[in-house]
Design a protein around this ligand. Structure first.
Ligand code: NAD
Length: 420
């Protein structure tokens, strides 16, 4: 398995070959600004105490306060958190948001905890990292296995620590607690806007068959949007398995099944033409669009040869390893990279933060009206860099982000300024 951060930094090195940046910029972007590790000790329902490993990384704050989600996952690690924070730094730059990048995680399987234990753990995270986060410093958000209610607990905990309501410390909150309309489906919606805007360039106008890996926040909403737009959803998966139907699946009906039984694969029981597959079989389905919406490293050198999609829309962060990315590019498969494709989530998080600071709230239509042109503009910008320099969309997105980051870093002066 590739070291995640090394893989991520290889994209930075590659992008640097296509744009004129000072070596000091690369030196700054190669290392995180700060990473804090903590052990969170909480009281379990049975009276015992248990501790959990947790991290927060603020990777780079040159362009503004740092921004990035908090993940609850049994396999989270410091390498993963730092890599995700690096990606957030570039994602915010690609989207042109006035933020740097951050990320956090607790190494825990939240499905093994009661609701009360989950609340105590979420509040303990804020206690441990209270010095690091803040509305002007570092603003967390939801990620894998965290949701609006958890963000609400965290905002509440932070507010009681500082002594006044402070909704701007966290985004992705419930609407009643200062969340933004349109945040829930923003990640998928942003990706959908990118896809629609580039459809002609990508040749996605004829038969449109899609496969969606992961059926949580990102996966469910993109499946629903594609379905509504007339796409045939051939396959859907979650962590327990996958389903495939050549005639197309109705994401709302599959969601209803997952809500009841906890697994998308149970949907096959009611329908003779729906087959159960494993996740590798799902990724190998022939389709026009594959949407990885689960976790990182899903398409790697061991399974990349089986990929049979024309376009890949990365709603997950880092679903394609750096090694597999090169092989996909060589085969002419276009990857719409995570730092562009899933930037809708952080963009509406930015809108939420702006609304919290203004104390003035927008309608869902206003949110979408601001999100759409932003995603379209950045998508076209990345597309034209890719065309002009004859490079992949991923390298072009890194070039675009790097140009914005280097403008900010170089504005403080580099060696050439001080020693000229
Ligand atoms: P989520 O917790 O809502 O859903 C995750 C889904 O992935 C679940 O359906 C789970 O069953 C499934 N899954 C887990 N392991 C799997 C596996 N091995 N194979 C297939 N499915 C698997 O999480 P989410 O918020 O939808 O996030 C998914 C991805 O999107 C992550 O990479 C996250 O970093 C990224 N992302 C999310 C947002 C957001 O706003 N939620 C924003 C940007 C990026």
């Amino acid at each position: 398995m590739e070291n995640m951060l090394q893989g991520a930094l290889s994209h930075l090195d590659e992008a640097a070959q296509y744009t004129d940046v000072h070596p000091e910029v690369l030196e700054k972007l190669r290392y995180p600004k700060e990473v804090l590790t903590a052990r969170l000790l909480i009281r379990m329902d049975n009276g015992s105490r248990r501790s959990f490993l947790a991290w927060r990384c603020r990777y780079d704050d040159t362009r503004g306060p740092t921004k990035g989600g908090i993940r609850f996952h049994p396999e989270s690690s410091m390498d993963e958190v730092v890599t995700l924070a690096f990606w957030m730094t570039f994602k915010c730059a690609v989207a042109g948001l006035p933020f740097g990048g951050a990320k956090g995680a607790i190494q825990v399987d939240p499905r093994q905890l009661s609701k009360a234990e989950l609340e105590r753990l979420s509040r303990a995270y804020v206690h441990a990292f209270a010095q690091l986060i803040g509305p002007e410093r570092d603003i967390p958000a939801p990620d894998v296995y965290t949701n609006a209610m958890i963000m609400g607990w965290m905002a509440d905990e932070y507010s009681s620590l500082v002594g006044y309501p402070c909704p701007g410390v966290i985004t992705g909150k419930p609407i009643a607690l200062g969340g933004s309309l349109g945040r829930e489906d923003a990640t998928a919606r942003g990706g959908f806007y990118v896809l629609q805007h580039l459809a002609q360039e990508l040749g996605l106008n004829g038969e449109r068959r899609a496969v969606v890996q992961g059926f949580g926040n990102a996966g469910y909403f993109i499946a629903q949007m594609l379905h509504e737009d007339g796409w045939k959803i051939l396959g859907i998966s979650d962590s327990n398995g996958a389903i495939y139907c050549p005639a197309g699946l109705d994401p709302i009906a599959v969601y209803e099944c997952k809500r009841k039984t906890g697994r998308v694969s149970d949907y096959a029981a009611g329908f003779g033409n729906v087959q159960v597959l494993d996740n590798d079989q799902l990724l190998a389905l022939e389709c026009d669009l594959l949407v990885p919406s689960a976790l990182e490293d899903q398409i790697h050198e061991g399974n990349v040869d089986t990929i049979n999609a024309r376009v890949i829309l990365e709603l997950a962060n880092g679903p394609v390893t750096a090694g597999a990315d090169k092989l996909l590019d060589a085969r002419g498969i276009t990857v719409l990279p995570d730092i562009l494709a899933n930037a809708g989530g952080v963009t509406v998080s930015y809108f939420e933060w702006v609304q919290n600071r203004q104390g003035y709230y927008w309608s869902a239509e206003e949110v979408q009206q601001r999100l759409k042109p932003l995603m379209e503009q950045e998508a076209m910008h990345v597309w034209s860099i890719a065309q002009r320099k004859a490079i992949s969309m991923r390298t072009a997105a890194y070039v675009h982000g790097l140009q914005r980051l280097s403008a900010a870093i170089e504005a403080h002066g580099t060696q050439s300024y001080f020693c000229s």
